[in-house]
Design a protein around this ligand. Structure first.
Ligand SMILES: [Fe+2]
Ligand SMILES: [Fe+2]
Length: 183
């Protein structure tokens, strides 16, 4: 059972999520698998949601909007990283290169600020040379690693995450339709 405070927090999360989900390119992340059976879209929503929840549980005073948006966009690279002939094959190792591609796509499709940029480009630390600069980036980098391990070993990761965030069946149907429309 959610407390009144959790309901308000989930509403805040939903508001930022729905704003980002208006972008068709963002929804295309549903085409690509991140780990196991989990799409990049679901992975990104989960990383954003749990980063936000961790910040609330630990009572960390974070920039909520930046934390959620940066996490939603941290893997916005839009290609199948498992493919042998991926578009970035000449640019280097996916683990190091994809944060830069995600940042490029994020800048192209959204107006993002310095905290969101740092979250995206440093989320693979220590693979990236420079460490995260803000606490929001540190949270996302840690939650991303935990989510990635979970997805690798779970065949049914985050089955209920949209139920948690999006409260009514009608809203879930609208989101599911929008995702299917652009895939
Ligand atoms: Fe990533
Ligand atoms: Fe990720």
């Amino acid at each position: 059972m959610k407390t009144k405070k959790q309901k308000v927090e989930d509403l805040v999360f939903k508001t930022y999520l729905e704003e980002v989900m208006q972008n068709k390119k963002f929804l295309k992340m549903n085409r690509y698998i991140q780990h196991g059976n989990t799409s990049c879209l679901l992975h990104s929503i989960a990383v954003a949601y749990f980063s936000y929840r961790v910040s609330k549980m630990l009572k960390l005073n974070v920039h909520e909007e930046e934390l959620i948006r940066g996490a939603l966009l941290h893997d916005f690279y839009l290609y199948d990283w498992h493919a042998k002939y991926k578009p970035t094959r000449d640019l280097g190792f996916h683990g190091r290169i994809h944060p830069k591609i995600a940042l490029f796509n994020a800048r192209k499709n959204f107006k993002i600020n310095h905290i969101e940029e740092d979250i995206i480009v440093k989320h693979m630390f220590p693979l990236t040379f420079y460490p995260p600069k803000y606490k929001e980036s540190v949270i996302v980098s840690i939650v991303d690693k935990i989510c990635s391990i979970y997805e690798t070993f779970s065949k049914t990761a985050y089955q209920n995450i949209l139920t948690r965030v999006v409260s009514t069946k009608k809203e879930r149907r609208v989101i599911a339709r929008r995702i299917n429309l652009y895939n």
